[in-house]
Design a protein around this ligand. Structure first.
Ligand SMILES: NC(=O)c1ccc[n+]([C@@H]2O[C@H](COP(=O)([O-])OP(=O)(O)OC[C@H]3O[C@@H](n4cnc5c(N)ncnc54)[C@H](O)[C@@H]3O)[C@@H](O)[C@H]2O)c1
Length: 254
């Protein structure tokens, strides 16, 4: 097992990429805290992990609130006594054009994606410094590397996460805490289903429009194809990696 007995907190763990990451981490021996705004769905993921013989616990909290972020990390520490891995995966998919986004909408998407990532990391780092080691993986997006039309709000937050990851790696290196970033391409998750629903497109139609002309691998990815990159960066196998941006996008940005 690749992360046996490690304690891992995964935000947004109730759905999509977060859920696949929780399942994979548990199969690789970690004790997993499934943290999500949707507490009931997080409980279900934890129950499924138990059913497969793994160890998991769930918490329903909002990462964009200071109290929410603090209590996510506290619950992991109370339950398992330490924290080795944090995966900042939860996100708001608020996507608006510049002319349409209100100040409140900007604050809301920045609050989850940027400030939520920072707050969870802040409380995790306090625990990791006591342990003398830690690994943080931030889930950004190819939208943080290249522009996507009509998504300026979301794109800006994901670009912020790419640079935040490098800044965190620099500042936390002296404490033996590695920080890396994963940029998924378009991935089949419940969030994508919502976006395609708004566009009135099936997955097959959307793959023809968005994947075939640009992706070397001419389809969307799956959550199970993103989770292994997160696992690798979180594990000791990536002991010489920090400040890295790993793109998993079927060649979309190649
Ligand atoms: N699906 C894609 O195409 C794609 C592409 C690139 C990057 N990503 C990134 O991957 C990550 C996971 O996306 P996904 O597609 O699996 O999404 P998803 O919607 O399936 O899952 C996201 C989860 O985050 C939770 N969440 C949202 N706001 C929260 C908050 N304030 N506090 C706690 N939890 C909250 C949601 O309840 C949900 O369970 C996100 O960071 C997203 O930006 C996704």
């Amino acid at each position: 097992m690749r992360i046996e007995n490690k304690v891992a907190v995964i935000t947004g763990g109730a759905s999509g990429i977060g859920r696949a990451t929780c399942n994979l981490f548990a199969r690789e021996g970690a004790r997993v805290l499934v943290a999500d705004l949707a507490g009931d769905r997080a409980e279900q993921v934890a129950r499924d992990i138990h059913g497969q013989g793994g160890t998991a616990h769930a918490i329903g909290q909002d990462i964009s609130s200071e109290r929410g972020a603090e209590s996510i990390i506290s619950v992991a520490l109370e339950r398992w006594g330490r924290l080795d891995i944090l995966v900042n995966n939860a996100a708001s998919f608020l996507h608006k054009r510049l002319e349409d986004a209100t100040r409140e909408e900007w604050l809301s998407v920045l609050g989850v994606n940027v400030i939520g990532t920072a707050l969870c990391s802040k409380y995790a780092v306090a625990a990791m410094r006591k342990e003398g080691h830690g690994s943080i993986v931030n889930v950004a997006s190819i939208n943080g590397l290249v522009a996507m039309p009509n998504w300026v709000t979301y794109n800006a937050t994901k670009a912020a996460i790419v640079n935040m990851s490098k800044s965190m790696a620099l500042d936390l290196g002296p404490f033996n805490i590695r920080v890396n970033c994963v940029c998924p391409g378009i991935t089949r998750t419940p969030a994508l289903d919502v976006v395609l629903g708004e566009m009135g497109l099936t997955v097959q139609e959307a793959e023809k429009i968005f994947a075939e002309p640009r992706c070397i691998i001419k389809r969307f990815g799956t959550a199970e194809e993103i989770a292994p990159a997160i696992l690798f960066l979180a594990s000791d196998e990536a002991s010489y990696m920090t400040g890295a941006t790993v793109v998993v996008d079927g060649g979309f940005t190649a």
